[in-house]
Design a protein around this ligand. Structure first.
Ligand SMILES: [Zn+2]
Length: 268
């Protein structure tokens, strides 16, 4: 179950418990103006840096992290995941992110992992036994590449994370109500996941039957997590495109939009 908090408005999952803070942001409760009104958390969206900083300060004050503790992804629709640590705090907000990585993970407390979305799928992971967290951006390409499974594998390799211990939350993203695609997307999912993907590809009816599909990115990522051995998976029911006044949606506004952020941090 996801809970809504105010202000600024953000969501949490009650599947993620223990000595950890996390959130999925909305676009409400920030200081940005115009088409970025108001809780824009992206630094490359045309916003004033001071607005973005203030938005992180407000969100962090409510959730329990500092802007100075954040570490950003640099998202390019890959399945690249990278281990980060305290030395990386401030990367993104205060200095450029160098390597491309759509997922980041750490076992160090006080490191606030941040991934971005505006229709793509944000995924947060917490291992309460080995004390590790991850933030993952999964667009349809990253979903087809299985980035969620790659990240669980990396946490197992580096920290000894047992997948059965992992708490997972799949946040608001474009839903199968709105994510109309051509054949290439379901074909990529079937190539990667086989027939188990079929229930989540939703072929269009009527004239577009066989040509258009409505894939369920949240459930496809949940399938990858189950394949990785994760059992506790919370899935948001919110569609970003259905609620453009509440979430940033690339399909609604194109590039003239802010960024949502999903954040997770082990408490110190
Ligand atoms: Zn929708």
């Amino acid at each position: 179950m996801f809970q809504t908090h105010n202000p600024p408005e953000y969501l949490t999952s009650d599947f993620i418990t223990g000595n950890v803070v996390h959130c999925f942001s909305t676009r409400r409760g920030g200081v940005s103006t115009g088409y970025l009104s108001s809780l824009n958390l992206g630094i490359h969206r045309g916003d004033d840096w001071s607005n973005v900083y203030e938005n992180y300060r407000r969100l962090g004050e409510a959730v329990g992290f500092l802007p100075e503790q954040t570490v950003f992804t640099r998202q390019t629709h890959t399945d690249a995941v990278a281990r980060v640590g305290a030395a990386d705090c401030g990367v993104g907000l205060f200095r450029e992110v160098e390597p491309e990585r759509d997922g980041i993970y750490t076992n160090e407390p006080g490191v606030a992992l941040v991934c971005f979305s505006a229709d793509c799928t944000p995924i947060l992971l917490h291992d309460p036994v080995r004390h590790a967290v991850a933030a993952i951006h999964a667009g349809w390409r990253g979903t087809a590449l299985g980035i969620a499974l790659r990240c669980v594998e990396a946490m197992h390799r580096d920290f000894g994370t047992e997948p059965a211990d992992v708490q997972a939350a799949i946040g608001p993203c474009i839903g199968p109500c709105c994510f109309e695609t051509d054949r290439n997307v379901p074909e990529a999912m079937l190539a990667a996941l086989g027939s188990e993907a079929e229930p989540f590809l939703h072929p269009a009816q009527g004239d577009a039957a066989g040509e258009k599909f409505f894939p369920d990115l949240k459930q496809l990522n949940a399938l990858w997590l189950r394949r990785a051995g994760v059992r506790r998976i919370d899935v948001s029911c919110d569609c970003t495109r259905c609620q453009p006044e509440r979430f940033w949606s690339h399909r609604v506004t194109g590039q003239a939009r802010g960024s949502l952020a999903a954040v997770i941090m082990l408490r110190q």
